[in-house]
Design a protein around this ligand. Structure first.
Ligand SMILES: Nc1ncnc2c1ncn2[C@@H]1O[C@H](COP(=O)(O)OP(=O)(O)OP(=O)(O)O)[C@@H](O)[C@H]1O
Length: 905
């Protein structure tokens, strides 16, 4: 056991463990009997295990070897030499000894190692202490390192900035260098210029010096001369001062004398003051006397206003007496390209006579005479035409309804007369523009006594539809017409109303309206108006002094041209337009003819045109019709039909026109009355309708059929005698006077009478044509009888007096101020009467005043032949005309009567 000393080391745990394990294996290898040969196999295999061998102590192993050797030697007793056995023992001992030595060495070394270990442990501790110190140092060093890094970064940034600065400075340096170089150049240039300037100045200085030297010499000369002059002047001053002294003495004397004079003047002024005070007293007396006179003048001025109003009233009376429908005829010149030789116009008289000729016919039938209020030839200017229209315009401002329209075949110059060819040229202005211009001028002149508001509407009637030409939204919607008179006088209330302040406003509106108007090209006129345009100017005036108001309308109508469809070559839409146009124009003719006939029913409702113009064609309006003619031979038949219609129109006389002048209360009442009338008319219609229904039922049931039917007819339409041209005049008059009292009633009657009206219009046209034929015959015979070449005929015709009785009757109607529709006359006679009633249109107002008819015109004693002329029979005109045509004596008698009637007017 001592061989393995280190195993006994109890302080080393691993050694203790080994020691314990060694014991175990020592026990394993320590045999009790010491007999290896009989060892059981399990024991041997246990011993042979590698772990057992490895862990067994060396001494146990050696004992095993020794035991085995001893056993083997014992068993081989004698076989192994003793010496060999000794050797073997010795060797084993030696090995043992060596191992022991080795073990000792190991023990020594172990202790050495232990000592070293301790030494190293202490060293380790020292080193650990050092290491801890080194760690802190490392930390400090690391901090320092970090700081150094930061510093380094800062240094690098600073370096970068410095580099940038350096770059900037480099650039600045470049710039500065550049500037320096440019400054150097400038300096060079300046230096050069300076040197040049110096040279120049030096030269100038030299020149100036020479000049100055010369000037110096001159001045020296002048100085010498001046010195001489000074001496002369001194001598002159001495003499002058002598003179002044003398003068002073004289003035002294003068002042003394003046002082005396002033004293005298003061005394005089005192006396003048006294005189002024006296004058002032006189002046005040004079002023008070003038004040009294001025008061008188103020009174006179007030009277003057009244006189003015009276004048206006008289003026309108004169206009009324001239007739409420006037017909002016205008013949347009030939247009370029027309055959000027073939004209249908033979003669134009001064007093409105017109002779139309048909060159294709020969003999007496070729000439026809017409008479109007005025005929304008092809050379008449727009201004001349307007001069005769002007008086009507003033009437609008006095509260009258005026209608001016142009009628004629297409292309005859209607638009030319109404609007003119070019609105921008004042000379070309048509009646429309001039009328409005005039209207504003007069309203301006009257602004002291009247304030006027003027509004404008413009509509067109196209294919029997009324359209607003001035609608702000450009819509082409159809507008309704109010047939009964409205309190505000509007017949198309839905059309936009535009207040206007000046002619320019109206011009602008009319331009818009004309642009919106429907026009199209026909074979007869390349820009033909395909619609009737109606420009209505509404005037509302207020008397500044009394507050009374008045209302007047001016209708300016440009009708679409009447046309023969075969000539205008219209087809399709154009044909439809032409049919509408012709239909409405013929309806206009019917209305006018009904008015001419004093018919109790006027067929206003047959067309939109007549409905819109109803208030202007009725009894309370003044109407001016321009009959436009185309002198062309091809237009002969249209010319004749136009003239016939115009002749009929000129025969319409409706009595005195009525002004729409009302006091404030009266106006309100009238408005109420109008609306009540409206309601009554509607109720009447309703009653009629119900009665008609009731009657129909009665008729169908057969009870009292005949009686009932008579009642229906009697209520719904006038009796034949009432409408007949042969009807009793007195009865007619009564009826028509009743009608004249209100428009609403007329309108309400229209529906019931439309059938009759058509008959009337037919009968009327036949009648009129008949009359005209006789008229013409008479004219031709007269021409032959007198043997006159033709120029005096119209004058002779004018002298026809066969309308005298009629004219007087009408005048008495006018003087009564009652609307007369019932006088039984035919168109032709009326037209002749008009000749005597209408004096020359250009007649001045003064003359008109002088010739003004008295309130009651005395009826002249009926002359032979005249009584027959005014017989109200259906064939009266034809008979009397033929009677007249038998001899010129009767004509002269009649003419003298006509003249006398005209003179009275
Ligand atoms: N008095 C005149 N002087 C010169 N030219 C005229 C005159 N009257 C009409 N004209 C010319 O005759 C042509 C037809 O005239 P305008 O268009 O006025 O006829 P219209 O009767 O209005 O025709 P429509 O009914 O087809 O509209 C136009 O070229 C016009 O300039």
């Amino acid at each position: 056991d001592s061989v393995i000393p280190f195993r006994a080391d109890s302080c080393n745990p691993s050694a203790a463990l080994i020691h314990h394990v060694g014991h175990k294996f020592h026990d394993l290898f320590q045999l009790k009997q010491r007999c290896y040969a009989n060892l059981p196999a399990t024991k041997i295999s246990e011993m042979l295990k590698s772990t057992s061998l490895e862990n067994a102590p060396t001494q146990s192993l050696l004992s095993v070897v020794k035991g085995i050797l001893d056993e083997s030697i014992e068993r081989k007793n004698g076989e192994i030499a003793h010496r060999v056995a000794c050797l073997l023992k010795k060797v084993v001992q030696e090995i043992e000894r060596r191992i022991a030595t080795q073990a000792e060495h190991l023990g020594t070394q172990n202790s050495l190692y232990k000592a070293r270990e301790e030494k190293y442990q202490s060293r380790i501790r020292v080193l650990e202490t050092l290491a801890t110190g080194a760690h802190e140092e490392t930390k400090i060093v690391m901090n320092q390192l970090q700081q150094m890094k930061k510093e380094k970064i800062e240094m690098e940034e600073r370096k970068k900035l410095q580099e940038q600065d350096a770059l900037r400075l480099m650039k600045e340096k470049d710039l500065t260098d550049h500037e320096i170089s440019s400054l150097k150049e400038e300096l060079q240039i300046a230096k050069r210029t300076y040197e040049e300037r110096c040279l120049q100045l030096e030269e100038e200085a030299k020149g100036t010096k020479v000049g100055l030297e010369e000037r110096l010499k001159e001045l020296e000369c002048l100085l010498d001369a001046s010195q001489k002059e000074v001496k002369e002047l001194e001598a002159f001053t001495d003499s002058k001062s002598e003179n002044w002294k003398k003068k002073e003495r004289n003035y002294q004397n003068f002042i003394e004398s003046q002082c005396e004079a002033v004293l005298e003047l003061r005394m005089a002024s005192e006396s003048i003051k006294q005189e002024v005070i006296n004058s002032k007293r006189n002046y005040l007396a004079e002023v008070s006397r003038l004040g009294r006179k001025l008061k008188g003048l103020v009174d006179a001025a007030e009277n003057y206003h009244m006189v003015l109003a009276e004048n206006r009233r008289l003026y309108n009376e004169v206009q009324d007496l001239k007739g409420n429908i006037r017909v002016y005829c205008r013949i347009r010149p030939f247009l370029p390209g027309q055959n000027r030789k073939q004209t249908t116009i033979e003669y134009i008289g001064e007093n409105g006579e017109l002779v139309v000729v048909n060159p294709s016919k020969q003999g007496k039938d070729s000439h026809r005479l017409f008479k109007f209020n005025k005929v304008f030839g092809p050379t008449a200017t727009q201004e001349e035409v307007f001069l005769d229209t002007q008086p009507l315009i003033r009437s609008v401002l006095d509260g009258y309804n005026i209608c001016i329209f142009a009628y004629g075949q297409t292309g005859s110059g209607k638009t030319y007369t109404m609007s003119g060819p070019d609105a921008s040229c004042k000379e070309d202005w048509g009646v429309n523009y001039r009328a409005l211009n005039d209207l504003f001028q007069i309203s301006q002149k009257r602004r002291g006594s009247f304030s006027y508001e003027v509004g404008v509407q413009m509509v067109e009637i196209y294919n029997e539809q009324v359209r607003d030409l001035l609608s702000s939204d450009g819509s082409q919607k159809r507008l309704g017409i109010w047939t009964t008179a409205q309190p505000n006088g509007l017949s198309v209330p839905d059309a936009s109303m535009h207040p206007v302040k000046s002619t320019t406003d109206v011009l602008d509106l009319m331009q818009i309206g004309l642009m919106n108007r429907a026009v199209g090209a026909t074979a007869l006129n390349e820009r033909s108006s395909r619609s009737h345009s109606v420009l209505t100017v509404h005037v509302h005036g207020t008397d500044v002094a009394t507050g009374a108001t008045l209302r007047g309308n001016l209708h300016l109508v440009d009708l679409a041209g009447s046309e023969r469809v075969d000539r205008s070559e219209a087809t399709g839409e154009r044909l439809r337009e032409a049919q509408h146009i012709n239909k409405s124009l013929s309806a206009l003719g019917d209305v006018i003819f009904a008015l001419a006939q004093k018919s109790s029913h006027v067929p206003y409702r047959n067309s939109k045109l007549t409905q819109v113009l109803q208030s202007s064609l009725g009894g309370q309006a003044k109407t001016l019709m321009f009959v436009q003619l185309n002198p062309d031979l091809d237009s002969y038949s249209e010319t004749i039909s136009t003239l016939k219609l115009a002749e009929r129109v000129s025969g319409v006389e409706l009595g005195a026109a009525r002004s729409h002048k009302e006091g404030r209360d009266v106006r309100e009442l009238l408005e109420q009355v109008a609306s009540l009338k409206d309601t009554i008319a509607k109720k009447d219609e309703e009653i009629e309708r119900l009665q008609l229904l009731k009657d129909q039922r009665t008729v169908s049931s057969g009870a009292n059929g005949e009686k009932q039917r008579t009642r229906v007819l009697g209520h719904g339409s006038p009796s034949p005698s009432r409408h007949s041209l042969n009807g009793a005049p007195l009865r007619n008059r009564r009826l028509s006077r009743g009608k004249g009292s209100g428009h609403g009633k007329v309108a309400s009657d229209q529906d019931n009478c439309s059938e009759c009206s058509d008959k009337h219009s037919e009968a009327g046209s036949l009648q009129s044509m008949d009359d005209f034929r006789h008229h013409k015959e008479f004219f031709t015979q007269l021409k032959h009888a007198t043997g006159d070449a033709g120029e005096n005929f119209p004058a002779d015709i004018e002298l026809l007096g066969f309308g005298d009785a009629d004219s007087e009757e009408r005048l008495s109607d006018i003087s009564d101020g009652v609307l007369s529709l019932g006088t039984e006359t035919d168109g032709s006679i009326c037209s002749v009467v008009e000749f005597t009633l209408f004096p020359e249109s250009s007649k001045t107002i003064e003359n008109a005043d002088k010739d003004r008819a008295p309130p009651k015109i005395p009826r002249p004693p009926p002359k032979q032949g005249q009584a027959a002329l005014v017989q109200p029979s259906s064939s009266s005109s034809s008979k009397h005309l033929s009677k007249l045509s038998t001899g010129s004596k009767k004509t002269t008698a009649s003419s003298s009567s006509a003249k006398s009637s005209k003179r009275r007017l």
